[in-house]
Design a protein around this ligand. Structure first.
Ligand code: AHR
Length: 502
């Protein structure tokens, strides 16, 4: 039996958690939009063609923001194609994913869907084939009240009130050779700077994200962030990070190390952003937006990425998640919360079907993948200040990581409700863990809820015929006395304890 201890003090706060870290992502790709959130004619579809079952699951997931419309799709997208009368909208080749885009779903449909789902939109402007001119027109269409060409066009399309979209991404993965119109850091930094400038002139209330590297192993990683921020530091609020986690070696012990890799990635990008600030003697701090992250390695072959014949909404990268992947997602969420001082937005990629937390069948049901559960639990209980944790636990080593702690944990205190949420991942494959948590300055506590996510089979999946194979259950071994919580954590388990004063 392992023993681990966490000490927190309500006065020792990392930062209030920005709830926008519980974002997700919808791209015009595969069956994410068509057959995912939008399926006119489905028995559960509403008058707009939105699947009500998917809307219900999105609300249950607890997503706060949703990034749209891409992804790689973005870099060839003309926003004008997706607005106005549907029968006039063009069908186009989507070069990013080798598909035919019908444009039957676009900006206004997405805004209506966000309202129905109770989420905030995060839009992106195309800086691949396009640039500042389209970006300024698009934001005028979306956010300007009226009396100009594009704002009146929106009104003519039936949307009298401006959409008031606050969060904007300046392009997508512009460093990648796979991107439509890849750019060098100098080229991108300049176009991002000018696009940001004119977009803010149209609407000064927006928040802007510059593209960081597509992942931490890009050859230009580091230099890219440095050069891009040197150029657009004054114009942007965020720099993005994207990271997909892999377990190609099928080695659970090493797989857990991807959580530490993300931790390093975040620290490195903070250091680079602050070095740009330091050179300018600027008090401004660029925040981080991890606006694409997930496990993705099984559905990554050529046939997953593209289907012949330019089909409409083909099955692309429909990764089926197992219990092991859910543990990784839980661990990543702990890391995100513990970086609350600099990480202010994040998007699980993606919402439906395409590396989705939710799966659907055309004309059929929708169900929760395994990774849905840790995300929805964190989004439901992750409120308030993230507290600094002093963690004492044993560790193990792998070829890539000299020290991987068995216990990963995050503790949040919500001063409004008095609630404390503890998220704890036991990464030991064989050993139970006796955990004690000293909640200093938080008075006597009582348990509101205690759950564990555990399955004896790391490969267990949720499928159409067995959608609840992996799901949280009530924790059987937890107690509270005064301000001390004690729990026994099963090997390979993700645990959530919520307490309140009492
Ligand atoms: O989410 C799938 C793809 O992954 C996105 O289109 C792209 O931005 C990333 O490479």
């Amino acid at each position: 039996m392992l023993t681990s201890q966490i000490v927190v003090d309500r006065e020792f706060v990392i930062a209030p958690l920005d709830r926008r870290v519980f974002g997700t992502f919808i791209e015009h790709m595969g069956r994410c939009v068509y057959g995912g959130i939008f399926e006119p004619g489905h028995p559960a579809a509403d008058v707009d063609g939105f699947r009500r079952d998917v809307l219900d699951l999105t609300r249950e997931l607890g997503a706060t923001i949703v990034r749209y419309p891409g992804g790689n799709f973005l870099s060839g997208y003309n926003w004008e194609d997706g607005v106005g009368p549907r029968d006039k909208r063009p069908r186009r080749l989507d070069l990013a994913w080798g598909s035919t885009e019908t444009n039957q779903f676009g900006t206004n449909e997405f805004i209506s869907w966000c309202k129905a789902a109770g989420v905030e939109p995060m839009f992106a402007v195309n800086l691949g084939t396009r640039g500042p001119d389209e970006a300024r027109h698009f934001i005028e269409y979306c956010n300007h009240p009226g009396g100009t060409q594009y704002s009146d066009l929106r009104r003519a399309h039936g949307f009298e009130a401006p959409h008031g979209i606050k969060l904007w991404c300046l392009g997508n993965e512009m460093d990648g050779p796979w991107q439509i119109c890849q750019k060098t850091a100098a080229e991108y930094g300049r176009v991002a700077q000018e696009s940001a400038k004119v977009m803010r002139w149209v609407d000064p209330g927006i928040e802007l994200t510059a593209c960081g590297s597509s992942h931490r192993n890009m050859p230009t990683y580091g230099h890219w962030e440095q050069e891009v921020l040197e150029r657009c530091f004054e114009q942007v609020d965020f720099i993005s990070l994207h990271q997909y986690f892999r377990n190609d070696a099928q080695d659970t012990r090493s797989y857990f190390g991807v959580i530490e890799d993300l931790d390093s990635f975040i620290r490195e990008v903070v250091a680079i952003a602050d070095s740009v600030a330091a050179k300018r003697r600027s008090p401004k701090r660029i925040m981080l937006s991890l606006d694409e992250w997930n496990v993705w390695y099984k559905a990554h072959g050529p046939a997953d990425l593209r289907k012949p014949g330019w089909p409409e909404a083909p099955r692309l990268i429909e990764e089926v998640y197992n219990f092991e992947d859910a543990l990784i997602v839980g661990g990543v969420l702990i890391t995100l919360m513990n970086h609350a001082d600099r990480l202010k937005a994040a998007c699980l990629a993606q919402l439906v079907n395409v590396i989705g937390a939710i799966m659907t069948e055309a004309g059929g049901p929708a169900w929760r993948q395994t990774i849905f559960h840790p995300f929805s639990q964190a989004a439901r209980s992750g409120h308030g200040d993230v507290l600094r944790t002093r963690v004492q636990t044993d560790s193990y080593a792998t070829a890539q990581h000299p020290q991987l702690d068995f216990l990963l944990a995050s503790v949040l205190h919500d001063a409004r409700t008095g609630r404390v949420a503890i998220f704890a991942l036991n990464r030991s494959i064989h050993d139970e863990m006796q955990l004690s948590v000293d909640l200093r300055g938080l008075g006597n506590r009582r348990i509101v809820s205690a759950t564990e996510l555990h399955h004896h089979d790391l490969q267990a999946e949720n499928t159409r015929s067995a959608p609840d194979t992996v799901k949280p259950s009530t924790h059987a071994a937890v107690s509270v006395s005064g301000n001390q919580l004690r729990a026994k954590l099963r090997p390979l388990s993700w645990n959530v304890f919520v307490t309140e004063p009492g």
